[in-house]
Design a protein around this ligand. Structure first.
Ligand SMILES: [Ca+2]
Ligand SMILES: [Ca+2]
Ligand SMILES: [Ca+2]
Length: 300
């Protein structure tokens, strides 16, 4: 922990370091924030194709959970932190799978050779998994149980509906939809009723995630130019930009204590995982392997 703090914060006291520190503070870019505890699951193509990795923020090497030539990505934790749902094309095209947190005990939950599935999300009672599929002719959100049965379709709009996330009380799903001409954040009940739009602007807003207290959502948007992380209250008010800097910031995920976010920051060729302390607004790079790192999920 101390080594990571020192290396990440320009720990050697010297003229060059102080100049760098002053510049970082002036620019408002990445600066030194204390590192939170916890674990992140994420996808990275550092070994040539996407695998799912697990990193301990307290220190240590990332642990590789999948190892195959297919693309494995979009990990989502079960509420008890014991399981991960994720997406893989190891059997020919994208399907939803489930494994334990050490990468063993695999189960395939969908089987649609002619359709694509993406972005699983667990219900807070651990009994259901929502996901996206184009099996119905366009992108829609579906929900199934953890055995892959009891399938229900939640959206049927001709627009693209995807990337769902459950509110902590299980009463709502937030999701992203292009049904009104560009991507906006929407809410609906877990039975698909009550679909309402939360954002309205000419840019793309996507990948909403409820805060642990259920009061607000984070998402990413290019409304100010490059992709950045924003929050708003669950009634759609109090929009706040949280990330800064010129590089894109995408796929935010909350820490269980609600005090931190993790997001992927970078460009099309390489991206790091960064944690953001909400109280101070400071960010820290926690995973940088020179390749693409994305879809981080903080372990409950
Ligand atoms: Ca792989
Ligand atoms: Ca499929
Ligand atoms: Ca649709």
């Amino acid at each position: 922990m101390n080594d990571r703090k020192l290396s990440g914060c320009s720990g050697r006291v010297g003229g060059v370091v102080w100049v760098a520190l002053a510049l970082a503070l002036l620019s408002g870019l990445t600066s030194c924030a204390a590192l939170p505890e916890g674990q992140l699951a994420y996808a990275s193509n550092v070994d040539g194709d996407f695998e799912i990795w697990l990193v301990n923020l307290g220190g240590g090497q990332s642990q590789q959970l999948t190892d195959n030539p297919a693309a494995d990505h979009s990990p989502a934790w079960s509420p008890d932190g014991r399981f991960l749902a994720f997406v893989s094309d190891r059997d020919g095209n994208d399907e939803i799978y489930m494994m334990t947190a050490d990468g063993s005990v695999l189960r395939r939950l969908t089987e649609t050779p002619d359709a694509t599935e993406s972005f699983p999300a667990w219900s807070p009672d651990g009994k259901s998994i929502s996901f996206d599929s184009d099996r119905g002719g366009n992108w829609d959100i579906y929900v199934m149980d953890t055995a892959g049965s009891s399938l229900r379709r939640l959206t049927s709009d001709p627009g693209e509906d995807w990337i769902s996330h459950w509110s902590p009380d299980g009463q709502w799903l937030a999701f992203e939809s292009g049904r009104d001409g560009n991507y906006e954040i929407y809410l609906m009940r877990p039975d698909g009723s009550g679909q309402t739009r939360l954002t309205e602007n000419g840019s793309s807003d996507g990948a909403p995630k409820w805060s642990p207290d259920g009061r607000s959502l984070v998402f990413f948007s290019n409304r100010d130019g490059s992709m950045a992380v924003y929050s708003l209250l669950a009634d759609g008010t109090e929009l706040t930009r949280l990330s800064s800097g010129p590089l894109s910031a995408t796929f935010p995920s909350w820490a269980p204590d609600g005090r931190w976010l993790v997001f992927a920051g970078g460009d099309d060729h390489s991206s790091t995982l960064q944690v953001l302390e909400l109280e101070s607004g400071r960010t820290r790079v926690v995973v940088d392997n020179g390749a693409l790192c994305w879809s981080p999920a903080w372990r409950p």
